[in-house]
Write a protein that binds this ligand. Structure first.
Ligand code: NAD
Length: 285
């Protein structure tokens, strides 16, 4: 069994990015809009800001109170869309319930949408067209990058994806399909997820339930990608896979922490550099 070490690959990618960015005529800039006091959101934004600093991207965080008006957020996005010094723009989710998340995400310029949530980017990833100008969400992108690094070719493989959110499962299914895998996308209403996981060469799980995937659900030699992040009462951070029991059956498995999480950060930084290059060369369609 080999551990898929996302932490060291992420640092390696960040070193490469740093050496590229120092040679650019100006620094790429990423602006993050953070609404409310959710501790997890604050922690994620803190990690993103730190990683930006590490590679030489200017990271700016705009903070808003939880009762901010939707129109105020929209006005800021409109301004940032027009600001030519800004290359990447994202709104940390989740947003408070009085704010229409879809409306906010659709107001972000697709050319600065480094989270890949705008329908133009979603459509391009889904259709596998204009990929060099499209942004895929950072977590699925990070999963694909991790597999690629370990020379795991998904072409022709049976891939079971558990969790079908717009952030994780759905875009991951699109990227897997684009790479010629045979993909099953499972969710809360799937009758028996073990039917899919037992038949899978690669299992990717991003649900948010500790121990959802046990050893009896995994075939010998499977590759297991644990995207889940769960904070236990003890304070420990775990994924969705019963790691101790499942790992011995796997050919490859990601740890939590140190697997997909750091790859998400690396992919966000890569998307920001991509946005910079496209915007600075005015190559946006
Ligand atoms: P979400 O709540 O939006 O979606 C959860 C998905 O899981 C849904 O499709 C739901 O139908 C499915 N689901 C729920 N219970 C299920 C069950 N018992 N069996 C099968 N499917 C079930 O969550 P999300 O934003 O996609 O996040 C999912 C997990 O991934 C969370 O733990 C989150 O913290 C983690 N996450 C990790 C990263 C990372 O960088 N590693 C990034 C984003 C999210």
């Amino acid at each position: 069994m080999t551990l898929l070490d996302g932490k060291s690959l992420s640092l390696q990618i960040q070193d490469t990015l740093q050496s590229i960015i120092t040679k650019l005529p100006s620094a790429p800039k990423l602006v993050v809009l953070l609404v409310g006091d959710d501790p997890a959101s604050h922690a994620y934004v803190g990690m993103k800001a730190k990683a930006c600093e590490r590679v030489g991207i200017v990271g700016e965080v705009l903070r808003f109170s939880h009762d901010v008006e939707e129109s105020e957020i929209l006005a800021h996005i409109e301004r940032l869309n027009r600001d030519t010094s800004v290359h990447g723009l994202l709104v940390q989710l989740p947003l408070p319930s009085h704010i229409n998340t879809t409306k906010i995400l659709e107001s972000i310029s697709p050319h600065k949408d480094v989270d890949g949530f705008h329908p133009l980017n979603v459509g391009r990833i889904q259709c596998n067209t204009q990929i060099d100008r499209a942004f895929a969400p950072a977590t699925p992108l990070g999963v694909m990058r991790l597999l690629e690094h370990y020379h795991i070719d998904v072409k022709g493989k049976n891939v079971a994806i558990i969790g079908a959110s717009n952030i994780v499962g759905k875009p991951l299914a699109a990227l897997m399909n684009n790479a010629c895998a045979t993909t099953s996308l499972c969710h809360i209403h799937t009758k028996d997820i073990s039917t899919y996981t037992r038949a899978a060469d690669i299992i990717c799980v991003g649900v948010g339930k500790p121990n959802l995937i046990g050893a009896d659900m995994v075939q010998e030699g499977a590759i297991v990608i644990d995207i889940g992040i769960n904070r236990l009462e003890s304070g420990a951070l775990v994924g969705d896979v019963e790691f101790e029991a499942v790992a011995p059956k796997c050919s490859f498995i990601t740890p939590v922490p140190g697997g997909v999480g750091p790859m998400t950060i690396a992919s966000l930084l890569e998307n920001t550099l991509k946005a910079y290059r496209l915007l600075e060369s005015s190559a946006t369609p």
